[in-house]
Ligand binder design. Structure first.
Ligand code: GLP
Length: 260
């Protein structure tokens, strides 16, 4: 894993946006894996700014989102489909038929999940998967003890994740119990990973993901097995890591050709 610690979420998001932009410029037909939640919001704002000011072109790009709540129609403000429209898709030139989000209203959930996996394969696989992380170390909605080889499927949220997401729904009771999420095995097949985390609340999950033992109890720790995973975090999210001096040393001494 490459751990990049930057002073603020703003600076971290700028670096993350440069990385995503490089993937899209190098390969205009790139397939991006996208995440929701508060963490990638600044990244999406940066990408919109790059699209508007620097002609970053998404016309040939495809996207696959990680997850969606079961039972929420796409017009519900809490749905991840709505989130993506509001925060990215309405502001860049990705053709709508090139964007994919699991359908929380699917009548046949297992069939839909298998079809989602096939669509990722048909698109050529994901070039870069953007990830946030839950306070319990979940990625996508793969809660602790998810199989490290899991594929897209239905999952039941933990009490903690429902409590974390309650502010978006007004109350904990209103948070759906079930979600559809790409599996950890699905995420691990993407050719690049960009995990972002900001704030003290994520410090424990980041320490366990980066330096802890590889365990299904901390789904993010599976990324230790990925050949190309970058973890971009602010100082607060880095505060429980033990090797911060080394991570900063590596970043500050990158050869020019590796900089972004
Ligand atoms: C939800 C999403 C995850 C996200 C996590 C953290 O569980 N399914 O993809 O990483 O929330 O959200 P936030 O970035 O708002 O802290």
């Amino acid at each position: 894993m490459e751990v990049i610690i930057l002073p603020s979420p703003e600076e971290a998001s700028k670096v993350a946006a440069r990385l995503v932009a490089r993937v899209v410029r190098d390969k205009p037909t790139a397939v991006l894996g996208l995440a929701t939640g508060s963490t990638p919001l600044r990244l999406y704002r940066e990408l919109i700014a790059l699209h508007q000011a620097d002609q970053l072109d998404f016309s040939k790009t495809s996207t696959f989102n990680l997850d969606e709540y079961v039972g929420l129609a796409t017009d519900r403000p809490q749905s991840y489909a709505h989130f993506m429209q509001e925060n990215l898709f309405n502001h860049v030139n990705i053709p709508p038929d090139q964007t994919h989000i699991p359908d929380g209203m699917a009548a046949n959930v297992p069939g839909h999940c298998a079809e989602y996996e096939r669509a990722i394969q048909k698109a050529g696989g994901i070039d870069l998967q953007v990830l946030g992380i839950g306070s319990d170390g979940h990625i996508g909605f793969n809660e602790p003890v998810s199989s490290l080889s899991s594929r897209t499927r239905i999952k039941t949220l933990t009490r903690r994740t429902r409590a974390d997401n309650a502010p978006y729904f007004g109350s904990e009771d209103a948070v759906p119990h079930h979600v559809i999420t790409m599996g950890i095995g699905t995420i691990m097949e993407s050719r690049g990973i960009l995990l972002m985390a900001f704030g003290e609340k994520k410090a424990d999950a980041i320490a366990k993901t980066v330096e802890g033992p590889l365990t299904a109890l901390v789904p993010g720790s599976a990324l230790q097995m990925h050949v190309n995973a970058k973890v971009i975090i602010d100082e607060a999210a880095a505060s429980k890591l033990t090797r911060t001096d080394y991570y900063k040393w590596v970043y500050d001494n990158k050869p020019d050709w590796q900089k972004f």
